[in-house]
Design a protein around this ligand. Structure first.
Ligand code: CMC
Length: 379
């Protein structure tokens, strides 16, 4: 048999699989738009609630639309008692595994689970956006031997998450940092987790399946896990003056600097600009400027890599922000996931509305037509 000539696209690098109106990324310019709106404007002017509405519905809400959306989110925050039981049973797992398991189990309690219409998918997207922080906060408390807290309907999405996690209402400044972090993570094209979610949707599985897949794919250190790794690295460096030796040694031994590099951005990730400012301001406010200074030193040592299109990404400063807010390291990826639920939902809606089964090919390079030998004759 003659070998077929095929063009391989390993890692699907630069492969466009469909059209979208959810977000636009110009990797050479470092530009990101959600539904046409520049991420810088949204980070400066919008709340997460408003951004989530934009991402899911395609337009900025009127005040009445935003109020209704906010009420729906607030009304959806509580978890069924059985889901809290599942969280208790799985409390020794990684927070992302607990989030994935609880989101999957929520399909049993959602009135729209099997309905893949746009309206039902958006309703489920709102519920999962509201439920994800409750799951993560409940798990963090339960594994520490504390009671899970009921959501506080007077608080915003971000402030309520911090309240459910720590048991006291956050300052407006701390809540604003998490709110902006959620805005910056809300949507990002066909990244690995959105691709996973779309593959699920392309088989006509439902939103709970798709978001369970998205959470699974996000967990890896090449994707959402990078923020946790960056903070580990920052702690290993320990002091600003150690940064240069640490980074050079890591690169020399073939390692990567986490929080650097991106498949699409070959310029500065625009999201990192806001997180950089926030990490600096928070470090000063908390009397711990050292972590920001270490990260700045790492950027200076990595300067020559800019020629190769390797800049700091969204995960580089977010870990320091979470750390300074006293959020445990292993919750960092879950915060990314909480912010991303609207983006996954929007992409699943797009997939459903113009569906095609996502089913690529693999080029077989193994042996052909091997003679089958009965087990008693194998040596
Ligand atoms: N440190 C050092 N070198 C790097 C890095 C890094 N962080 N990232 C890429 N490179 C080098 C890599 O060694 C390779 O060099 P060479 O051509 O000499 O072999 C070259 O750049 C291309 O790397 P690649 O792995 O082929 O590029 P990719 O597009 O597949 O990788 C990436 C993208 C994000 C997996 C990679 O940059 C990486 O591993 N970064 C660290 C993990 C990280 O920060 N992930 C978060 C990404 S942003 C949040 C998100 O959306 O998930």
């Amino acid at each position: 048999m003659t070998e077929r000539k095929v063009q391989l696209h390993r890692g699907l690098r630069e492969v466009y699989i469909d059209r979208t109106t959810s977000s636009f990324i110009d990797g050479d310019e470092g530009k990101l738009l959600y539904r046409g709106y520049n991420i810088h404007e949204l980070a400066q002017n919008s709340t997460f609630e408003e951004t989530a509405f934009l991402v899911m519905n395609g337009h900025l809400p009127t005040q009445a639309e935003l109020d209704a959306f906010d009420t729906e989110l607030k009304n959806s925050r509580a978890l069924p008692a059985e889901i809290l039981d599942i969280i208790r049973l799985t409390r020794n797992s990684h927070p992302m595994d607990v989030l994935r398991t609880a989101v999957s189990a929520l399909s049993a309690y959602d009135p729209d689970t099997e309905d893949n219409s746009t309206e039902a998918t958006l309703r489920k997207g709102i519920r999962l956006t509201a439920q994800a922080p409750t799951i993560v906060a409940a798990h963090a408390r339960i594994r520490d031997g504390k009671e899970a807290l009921d959501p506080d309907p007077e608080l915003s999405h971000a402030a309520n998450f911090l309240y459910m996690l720590f048991g006291e209402r956050p300052t407006d400044e701390d809540a604003a940092l998490i709110d902006k972090d959620f805005v910056l993570h809300a949507e990002h094209g066909i990244n690995a987790s959105a691709f996973g979610a779309r593959v699920s949707a392309s088989t006509q599985a439902d939103l709970h399946c798709a978001i369970t897949t998205g959470i699974s794919v996000l967990k890896g250190p090449s994707h959402g896990g990078a923020a946790e790794e960056v903070m580990k690295m920052t702690q290993e460096i320990g002091e600003e003056e150690n940064a240069e030796t640490y980074v050079r040694e890591r690169l020399r031994s073939g390692g990567r600097i986490m929080g650097f590099g991106h498949r699409v951005y070959k310029a500065l990730d625009p999201r990192s600009v806001h997180l950089q400012e926030d990490a600096k301001e928070l470090g000063e406010r908390k009397g711990e400027p050292k972590w920001f200074q270490i990260l700045q030193s790492v950027i200076e040592v990595m300067e020559p890599y800019r020629r190769r299109g390797i800049y700091q990404n969204v995960d580089f400063f977010s870990g320091a922000i979470y750390y300074l807010l006293d959020i445990p390291d292993d919750l960092f990826i879950s915060i990314f996931a909480m912010g991303r639920v609207p983006g996954w939902t929007a992409q699943v809606v797009e997939q459903f509305e113009n569906n095609i089964l996502l089913r690529p090919r693999l080029l077989y390079t193994g042996p052909m037509d091997v003679e089958y030998v009965p087990i008693e004759e194998r040596g």
